[in-house]
Structures are given as structure tokens and as C-alpha cells.
Design a protein around this ligand. Structure first.
Ligand code: BG6
Ligand code: MG
Length: 219
């Protein structure tokens, strides 16, 4: 059996933490007089914590001191973690465990490739930390998606060339990063949004074991 590297984004792919980011950003934004909608939140998917706050301030046309900036980042993360700390393994998105089990049975290397600095905490909460051969997160990268750095480090960690890797992503920036890395990009979400992905599925229930088998067997 061929060996492929399967790289998973975390937020919006393995767990639906986007809603917790939304609650925390909304509270922060409204606290400083900036309105914040779910549509705004879409633009923050895959975007680093620092860049997200910069964008919110840009949208609200607001300038603040670096001390205030850092204090807001800390408050947002504390708020976000109060949701994360209540998470259980029931919050793993449908059929993710089936896909992980199938790939493990097929002896396929698996990695996590996430922008989040909270990735290990979240994986631990939902009991998935030991399922990945390599975890690359926001603490390991210096360049944010769409830069391919996170996925290239993951491929290296799996000892596979980028061309042998397959990325599951829910954000536009992540799909772009996978394409730039010369990996197969699989969008999880809306095909009208994730237009640049090579394949798009609304969620993992639509990804059959046969499809995974074809990916493994591809040259
Ligand atoms: C990405 C999320 O996975 O991680 C973004 O899609 C988030 O919304 C980014 O801002 C950074 O996450 P964290 O947990 O380090 O604040
Ligand atoms: Mg994501």
C-alpha cells in the first residue's frame, strides 16, 4: 500500500470551534464599539489571532496602543478558552473519527496543520491528541496561511514530499496554502466559497472510504 500524508486543519475541519471564536471576537469588538457579524467572522477563518484583531480594528477604523492591543488579545483568548475548556469528544465533527480510523487501518501517516496556538489544548479536550504522527500549530510557524509553511513543516514531519500530501481545509487561505505547497487540496464546506480546492465536500460524511482509498492509490 502506498503511503500518503494526510494533513488536517483543526478549526472548522475536526471541530466546530469557529462559533467560539465568533462569540469571543463579537464580545471584544462590541466592547470597543465595533459591530461584528457572522459574515465578518467568515473573513477571520484561518487567520491568525493577531491579524484577526488588526482586521477588526481596521473595519472599525479604530487605533489603539500596543498595550491595549495585547490586553485585548489576552482577554479574547481567555474568553475563547472558557468555551474550549468545556468541550468534550462529542464535539468532534461527524465522521471525522471514521476517516481517522480508516486512514490508521490503511497505515497512512497523519498530521495536524493549524494556525491555532490552542491546537494541542483542543485536541487533548476531544481525545484526539494521540491520533496524529505530527502536530504543527500556531506555535511552530512564522508565516500565516496562505503561506504554505505550516503544511510544508507537516510534510517534513511525516517524512514525505509535499506532492504525496493531501490537505483537508475549511478556509480559503488554507486551500491556497495547500495549492501553493503542491499538495492535493480538499475543501470542507461550501463549494461556492472554496472554489480553488481540487475537491470539495460539505463535511466528512460525504467522504467515502472508497474515495480515501483512491487518494492513497494515486500516483
Ligand atoms: C485558525 C482559526 O485555525 O486559528 C482562526 O480558523 C484563529 O479563526 C486562528 O484566529 C488562531 O487561533 P488561536 O487559537 O491561536 O487564537
Ligand atoms: Mg479552519
Amino acid at each position: 500500500m502506498a503511503r500518503k500524508g494526510f494533513i488536517f486543519d483543526l478549526d472548522g475541519v475536526i471541530v466546530d470551534t469557529a462559533k467560539y471564536h465568533y462569540f469571543a471576537w463579537k464580545k471584544l469588538a462590541e466592547g470597543i464599539g465595533i459591530s461584528f457579524t457572522e459574515a465578518d467572522n467568515e473573513h477571520l477563518k484561518g487567520v491568525s489571532r493577531i491579524r484577526s484583531l488588526e482586521l477588526i480594528l481596521e473595519w472599525g477604523n479604530k487605533e489603539i496602543s500596543s498595550e491595549e492591543f495585547n490586553a485585548l488579545l489576552t482577554a479574547k483568548n481567555d474568553d475563547y478558552l472558557s468555551f474550549v475548556n468545556k468541550m468534550t469528544k462529542d464535539e468532534v465533527l461527524p465522521d471525522v473519527p471514521r476517516v481517522l480510523d480508516y486512514l490508521s487501518d490503511m497505515k497512512q501517516p497523519m498530521a495536524l496543520g493549524s494556525a491555532s496556538k490552542n491546537a494541542r489544548t483542543i485536541l487533548d479536550r476531544v481525545n484526539l491528541l494521540n491520533r496524529f504522527d505530527c502536530v504543527v500549530d500556531g506555535t511552530n510557524v512564522s508565516k500565516a496561511k496562505p503561506d504554505p509553511e505550516v503544511f510544508l513543516i507537516a510534510a517534513e514531519g511525516l517524512h514525505l514530499p509535499p506532492e504525496s500530501c493531501i490537505v483537508f481545509e475549511d478556509s480559503l487561505a488554507g486551500i491556497e496554502a495547500a495549492n501553493i505547497a503542491n499538495m492535493i487540496s480538499i475543501g470542507i464546506g461550501d463549494a461556492n466559497i472554496l472554489k480553488e480546492a481540487q475537491f470539495v465536500f460539505s463535511d466528512f460524511t460525504k467522504i467515502s472510504n472508497e474515495f480515501l482509498h483512491q487518494l492513497i492509490s494515486r500516483i
